[in-house]
Design a protein around this ligand. Structure first.
Ligand SMILES: [Zn+2]
Ligand SMILES: [Zn+2]
Length: 428
């Protein structure tokens, strides 16, 4: 939250920001995008409310996907592939100026196991499921962009590939899904994607603002679990068994020494234990305790280092306490890395659509995004769509039961996606 202010100040005081700002003049094409976006804006809000009312968990986005297809067909778009990575939808819009590059625009569709607490008239009808990460808005924005680009297909060469992605929040245990699965099923091929853009709602940035950064923007996400096994016994006679509770306490503490003592502190890394499960009664030492947690880093080398250290710490601490520890370690996504050249090329576009002083340079965060899988394969740019609005209570963080999308931010999302695509394809 402090960074955008700082950037604003730098902009006001001069420096490269002012020089770039002067270059970022809206064009006739920008005007056309603005007019067409205004025409579809009420539809975008209606679609978003419909998705919000009917949220679906990861890999269960059946209704959402069907609605997406229905809306795309209603626009006249026919090149649609369904059932990609279960419920993913991929649609193509070919420009009428001939062959050219292919640019992908990605929107995610899944909701979270959160009980909604917003009190909105169009709140979730599915008990215990909520669009608490704004993916309802992302899907609606992408449909809005589809509408504008379809109308403007006389203006560009090449192809826009619309990627409606399921399971961004992670497939249920035992299932595959999300960006990695869409890639495995060929979403970046036929036609081959030259660049990809994606956005995410961001309640830390005011409505009307965008934010991004060159290079690493979000963390890698790893998940681990440890089953710590001892021997169950009476809590009054601990020496008659082997206590996994005390051993787990030592493991949890020892894990915190990885980032404070084993990795270079200049390479950000986080180890967090989010689940500790064990025991049934106060006077029984249980036989097993389960720990689950996550590792976040901003680079591949530190990611590997933390994994190596974590394996060593868990095994050695278990050994010291006479328990066995069974570790499962999964790497879910790499860091989200914006291609620096693409960022530099597209920054003027973002400044044109939002206003020169309304594009913040964000610091990387330790949250993750499976958009990282696309970014690891093709030049990519991920950016934040600001939607902090005190007046309507849009101030709560992502994944909060009170998270609110500020619908006033959606047209900017549509214009940004459309303009990035058009500029990349060299539209006139
Ligand atoms: Zn999320
Ligand atoms: Zn999200």
């Amino acid at each position: 939250m402090k960074r955008p202010l700082l950037v604003l100040l730098v902009g006001l005081l001069g420096g490269p920001w002012v020089a770039c700002a002067a270059m970022a003049k809206p064009s006739a094409q920008d005007h056309r995008v603005k007019v067409l976006t205004a025409q579809v804006a009420s539809d975008v809000v209606a679609w978003r409310r419909d998705f919000h009312r009917h949220p679906e968990l990861s890999n269960r986005e059946q209704r959402t996907a069907a609605k997406v297809v229905e809306v795309l067909r209603g626009m006249g778009i026919t090149a649609i592939t369904t059932g990609v990575a279960r419920h993913g939808v991929v649609a193509l819009i070919s420009g009428r100026r001939g062959k050219g590059k292919t640019v992908a625009l990605r929107g995610d569709m899944d909701a979270l196991p959160v009980t909604e607490g917003t009190g909105l008239a169009y709140a979730s009808k599915n008990p215990g499921v909520m669009h608490a990460c704004g993916h309802d808005a992302h899907t609606a924005v992408l449909l809005g962009a589809a509408s504008v680009l379809w109308t403007m297909r006389d203006a560009f060469a090449g192809t826009v590939k619309l990627v409606f992605q399921p399971a961004e929040e992670g497939a249920p245990p035992g299932e595959v899904g999300g960006a990695a699965q869409m890639i495995a099923e060929g979403v970046l091929e036929r036609p081959k994607v030259d660049a990809i853009f994606g956005l995410h709602s961001f309640p830390s940035l005011p409505t009307g603002h965008l934010g991004s950064v060159a290079g690493v923007m979000m963390a890698s996400v790893d998940r681990f679990s440890v089953d710590v096994r001892g021997t169950q016994t009476h809590a009054g006679y601990p020496w008659k068994g082997v206590d996994p509770v005390v051993a787990s306490a030592h493991i949890i503490t020892a894990l915190q020494t990885i980032t404070s003592r084993r990795t270079d502190v200049r390479d950000p890394a986080v180890v967090s234990v989010g689940v500790v499960k064990g025991g049934t009664r106060w006077n029984i030492i249980p036989g097993v305790v389960r720990l689950e947690g996550t590792v976040r880093t901003l680079g591949a080398a530190v990611q590997r280092k933390v994994e190596t250290e974590l394996r060593r710490v868990v095994a050695a601490t278990a050994e010291a306490h006479g328990v066995t520890a069974t570790l499962t370690y999964e790497t879910l996504s790499p860091p989200v890395r914006n291609d620096p050249a693409l960022y530099r090329r597209m920054l003027p576009v973002l400044r044109r659509v939002a206003g020169a002083r309304k594009v913040a340079t964000l610091r990387p965060v330790m949250g993750g995004e499976d958009f990282a899988h696309y970014a690891a394969r093709v030049p990519a740019l991920f950016f934040r769509l600001g939607m902090k609005n005190q007046a309507i209570g849009a101030i709560h963080p992502l994944h909060s039961p009170k998270f609110k999308v500020d619908e006033a931010a959606l047209p900017l999302g549509v214009r940004a996606m459309v303009s990035l695509a058009l500029d990349y394809l060299g539209a006139r």
